[in-house]
Design a protein around this ligand. Structure first.
Ligand code: GLY
Length: 373
């Protein structure tokens, strides 16, 4: 078994376990952390028929009383009405301060449940059991919780760390391939930020990993979680370096908001497009060799990740730019972009000329998939 990865945050430190068959071990792994043998499990309609039985059997076997709720799947669930409904359900199930909440799902369930746990009774313990590649390598680690609002993505939330993260690689076998590909964008991100050797490893192994090779999947999740654990331990509240993890997310969130936070454009797909736009901007500004952008697009394209805006809608540059204003990385009215000097050399930049961003978006809109030449 791979040794657990530690997120070092003093008395709020916790472990990330990555491996096969962890769901069946969940009761044994969670039990020592519980103040009282009672948990409340939050999952969604996709995960419930596939995996909830395995988890509850493991909890039962460890003598852990468990209740829970099944929420609709999808980004629309990450909103105020569902937060209210979730908190109601927790209180009706008589959750107490010592009850541990388990987030059992992808990024939506993890973010919403973590937020609910952080405000319920002024904070109750929670555990993340991420079920998508995206949540295993990114959102379940580091304590960012929250919901979307009318104004944009993740604009209301808390920093609230889980007590444990269990990333069961086997669960990825039931993930639709589109979701798996979308999550892969967040894996690539770690190579692009500061680990060119990992990017090269992904070039060699990405296709087999996505096709189902369990050892490669585990290695990719472990490397990603190790990278994230290092960054979070150094900058939990994103006062500096942690912002690099938002590579591709400023553009990505704007695209997602325009596409309506739904199935039309998944979060990871928006991140894939956002990463390409961030590199395109970096090339245009003279920071990054064009060859690195070509190499990046070749890798993403080769694995079926989007590198051109979908041509199913009329993208509007002004509307996309307007979304930047609500980006959490805006500082003194200026958008802080994550740019790159090359693969593995990301940096933050708040001095980006608006004209350069406009030009990149105009070019991307003109080149949207299926757009008239
Ligand atoms: N997803 C970026 C972060 O956790 O900081």
């Amino acid at each position: 078994m791979t040794p657990a990865i530690r997120v070092a945050l003093g008395d709020r430190s916790y472990e990330i376990h990555v491996g096969p068959a962890l769901l069946a071990e969940a009761g044994r792994l969670i039990r020592p952390l519980l103040k009282t043998p009672k948990v409340f499990v939050v999952t969604d309609e996709n995960i419930e028929p596939l995996h909830l039985g395995t988890l509850t059997a493991a909890l039962d076997a460890a003598g852990i009383e468990n209740h829970g709720v099944v929420l609709p799947a999808g980004e629309q669930t990450k909103d105020f009405p569902h937060l209210e409904g979730l908190v109601d359900a927790m209180l009706e199930a008589r959750c107490e301060r010592a009850t541990t909440i388990i987030a059992f799902g992808g990024g939506v369930i993890g973010d919403l449940t973590g937020f609910a746990a952080s405000i319920l009774l002024r904070g109750v313990p929670f555990v993340q059991i991420p079920t998508t590649l995206l949540s295993q390598v990114d959102s379940s680690v580091g304590g960012k919780t929250g919901i979307n609002t009318r104004q944009g993505k993740n604009l209301v939330g808390t920093f609230y760390q889980p007590r444990l993260v269990l990333a069961d690689i086997d669960v990825l076998n039931t993930l639709p391939s589109r979701q798996l590909q979308a999550g892969y964008a967040e894996v690539v991100k770690y190579g692009l930020i500061d680990d060119p050797a990992f990017f090269a490893w992904l070039e060699d192994n990405g296709a087999r990993l996505l096709a189902g090779d369990a050892l490669l999947r585990r290695q990719a999740v472990v490397t990603s979680c190790q990278a994230k654990a290092r960054v979070v331990a150094a900058d939990e509240r994103e006062t500096g370096r942690r912002a690099l993890l938002n590579l591709g997310h400023t553009f990505g969130h704007a695209l997602e908001a325009e596409a309506g936070f739904g199935d039309a454009l998944l979060h990871g797909e928006a991140v894939s497009l956002g990463i390409v736009l961030a590199f395109t901007l970096s090339v245009r500004l003279g920071f990054c060799p064009a060859a690195d952008l070509v190499r990046l697009c070749r890798h993403l394209d080769g694995l079926g990740l989007p590198t051109r805006l979908p041509g199913d809608r009329a993208w509007d540059r002004r509307r996309l730019m307007a979304h930047f204003a609500t980006d959490k990385k805006v500082k003194d009215g200026r958008v802080v972009f994550v740019l790159a000097r090359g693969i593995g050399q990301a940096f933050l930049c708040s001095e980006v000329a608006v004209a350069a961003v406009e030009a990149v978006l105009d070019e991307a809109i003109a080149g949207a998939a299926g757009a008239a030449p």
